[in-house]
Write a protein that binds this ligand. Structure first.
Ligand code: BTN
Length: 279
């Protein structure tokens, strides 16, 4: 693979010229370095930024992952992006936002590169159990009681295996590792934002069944034996049976360390947690 050719820089004029939506990315800033694009987008929202505002960075010094983890964010090779999405704070649309973001990334990478990725519930972007990207959504309220979700996502684009730290080399991957080519980040992000805008419209129209069907098609967790480490510290094993109309994962437990009061017809519904596909 020829990695000696440097990937081109992110460019707002190029991304906006390729954008096929007027609902996301009309206001778009590209920073050389930030702590976390989610933090920058949160500050922008608190200073009045509105729906569809996008922050991209070439590098993050404190990239944040799910469940309090860090997100490895070296300069110039990847996508680190946060989008302000305004939704009513009490709405049933909220729980879908992280899953919808993951879906949009997979759909656009398939459209642009012909590559088949899948979602490990809720929104890990994987290929043959190697992680290519992830999504971190955070709900924010400003001083005037406006509410939004900052949907942040990171995608490993032009990293070589040796660019990852040793502990990630066997569990992470990138688009250039998978395709053998340097990829054009401007083209990819404009496609992702356009598809996210289209999927967000489905959510606004409350087409939950359509969204769930699309999600199920892309999700590799359903039908698998899984182990879940819950935020409470509890752990359960079982069969991942379905996704609810709210995006929750339905699990038929085979082994639990804890007694779950929320068992409905033998099913536990979880809304967050760390899943391991058990063979
Ligand atoms: C995960 O743990 O899978 C989620 C990773 C999300 C990382 C992205 S990179 C852009 C945005 N800013 C952050 O600090 N985190 C998200």
């Amino acid at each position: 693979m020829n990695h000696f050719q440097a990937p081109s820089s992110l460019s707002a004029p190029i991304i906006q010229s390729l954008l096929r939506t007027d609902r996301i990315g009309q206001v778009l800033s590209i920073e050389k370095e930030v702590e976390s694009t989610n933090m920058t987008a949160t500050t922008l929202f608190r200073n009045g930024a509105s729906h569809g505002t996008v922050v991209l960075a070439e590098r993050q010094t404190s990239g944040r992952g799910r469940l309090g983890r860090q997100w490895f964010s070296p300069p110039n090779h990847n996508l680190y992006c946060s989008v302000i999405l305004e939704v009513p704070s009490s709405s049933s649309q909220l729980s879908w936002l992280p899953l919808l973001t993951g879906m949009s990334i997979i759909e656009s990478l398939h459209k642009e590169l012909g590559i088949r990725l899948s979602l490990k519930w809720p929104n890990d972007i994987v290929i043959q159990s190697h992680k290519l990207g992830g999504v971190l959504c955070e709900g924010i309220t400003d001083s005037r009681n406006r509410y939004c979700v900052v949907s942040g996502f990171g995608i490993n684009v032009n990293m070589r295996k040796e660019d990852f730290p040793p502990e990630l080399q066997d569990v992470a991957t990138s688009l250039s590792i998978e395709t053998g080519k340097i990829q054009d980040r401007n083209r990819l992000i404009s496609s992702i934002l356009a598809i996210l805008a289209g999927n967000f419209t489905l959510l606004e129209k409350r087409y939950f069944e359509t969204i769930r069907d699309c999600y199920l098609f892309l999700c590799s967790t359903i039908g698998q034996k899984i182990r879940v480490d819950l935020a409470s510290g509890a752990c359960l094993e079982g069969l991942a049976e379905d996704i609810g109309l709210d995006g929750a994962l339905h699990i038929r437990p085979t082994l639990t360390e804890t007694c779950f009061p929320s068992l409905e017809n033998g099913i536990i519904k979880i809304r967050s947690g760390d899943i391991i596909h058990v063979r």
